[in-house]
Design a protein around this ligand. Structure first.
Ligand SMILES: [Zn+2]
Ligand SMILES: [Zn+2]
Length: 249
C-alpha cells in the first residue's frame, strides 16, 4: 500500500492554469452569435464588430411614401398613387437580408434580449435620416394575444427607442382584439380578411392630435401597418410608420 502524496503547490498551480486556459479558449469563450468568431473587444456584445459593421442602410431608390424599393427615376410607387396609405410615410432602415435579417431572427426567435440596444440604435438612425420630424409617442404594432406572455421583442426595443428619442412609449394605444394566423403565404384577399377588425384603440385611450411613430420589425406587404395606421388615423392621430427592414421585391 502506498501513501497518498500531497500534490505539490506547483502542480496545483499548473492544473489551475490549464483549467483557466480551457475555460477561456473553449466552452465559455463568448462567440459572435452570427459568424461564430471569438468576441474579443469590450464593446462587443452578442455579435462581433465586423458583423455589426455589415449592417448598413441601403442607398437605393425607394418610394417616398411607403419605402418600397422602386426603379431609379420614380418617386412614388404605383400602389401609393392608386391608394394612398393611411400613414403619412413609412421608411425602414435597410433591406431585409443578410446580417440584418439574421440579427432580427436571432433577437425575435432566439430571444437574445441584449440585441434590443443595437436594434433600437438602427431604428433611431432610420428616424434621423429618413423620417426626421417631431413625434409625440412611439407605438408598437400589438403582438398577437397568444404571444403576449414572456419576452415581447417589439415592446422591448420600442421602449429603448422611445427613451433615445425622449418621447413616451405608448404600447397601450393600440390593441389586437383577435388572434390571427401569420400573414406570410396568404393571398391579398385572405390577408385583408385575416386582419379585419383585428386592431383597435386601447380602452380609455385618446389619440386625437397625436403624432405617432408606429413601429414594427419587418414589413412585407404593408397590410399590418396600414391596418394599425388607419385605426390611429380614425381616432385623429397623424401616423408615421417605421420598420427595421423590408424585402427588396
Ligand atoms: Zn460576427
Ligand atoms: Zn409606395
Amino acid at each position: 500500500m502506498h501513501a497518498w502524496r500531497e500534490p505539490s503547490k506547483k502542480s496545483v498551480r499548473r492544473l489551475g492554469g490549464e483549467i483557466l486556459q480551457f475555460v477561456r479558449s473553449g466552452l465559455f469563450q463568448p462567440r459572435c452569435r452570427i459568424c461564430g468568431c471569438d468576441l474579443v473587444c469590450d464593446d462587443e456584445n452578442v455579435i462581433c464588430r465586423d458583423c455589426r459593421e455589415k449592417i448598413r442602410p441601403d442607398t437605393e431608390n425607394r418610394c417616398g411614401v411607403c419605402g418600397k424599393f422602386i426603379p431609379e427615376g420614380m418617386e412614388t410607387c404605383g400602389s401609393c398613387l392608386l391608394a394612398p396609405p393611411p400613414y403619412e410615410r413609412h421608411a425602414s432602415y435597410a433591406a431585409y437580408e443578410e446580417t440584418l435579417r439574421k440579427v432580427i431572427i436571432l433577437y425575435k426567435f432566439g430571444e437574445v434580449e441584449p440585441l434590443k440596444h443595437l436594434l433600437a440604435r438602427l431604428f433611431h438612425m432610420a428616424v434621423a435620416s429618413r423620417l426626421p420630424g417631431d413625434y409625440d409617442a412611439v407605438v408598437p404594432v400589438p403582438a398577437d394575444r397568444r404571444r403576449r406572455r414572456g419576452f415581447q421583442p417589439l415592446r422591448a426595443v420600442g421602449k429603448v427607442l422611445a427613451r433615445r428619442l425622449g418621447i413616451p412609449f405608448r404600447p397601450g394605444l393600440l390593441v389586437k382584439r383577435k388572434s390571427t394566423p401569420p400573414q406570410v403565404g396568404l393571398t391579398r384577399a385572405r390577408r385583408l380578411a385575416n386582419l379585419d377588425g383585428a386592431f383597435a384603440l386601447g380602452r380609455g385611450t385618446r389619440a386625437a392630435g397625436l403624432r405617432v411613430l408606429l413601429i414594427d420589425d419587418v414589413t412585407t406587404t404593408g397590410t399590418t401597418l396600414r391596418r394599425c395606421a388607419s385605426v390611429l388615423r380614425r381616432a385623429g392621430a397623424r401616423v408615421t410608420a417605421l420598420t427595421l427592414a423590408q424585402p427588396r421585391f
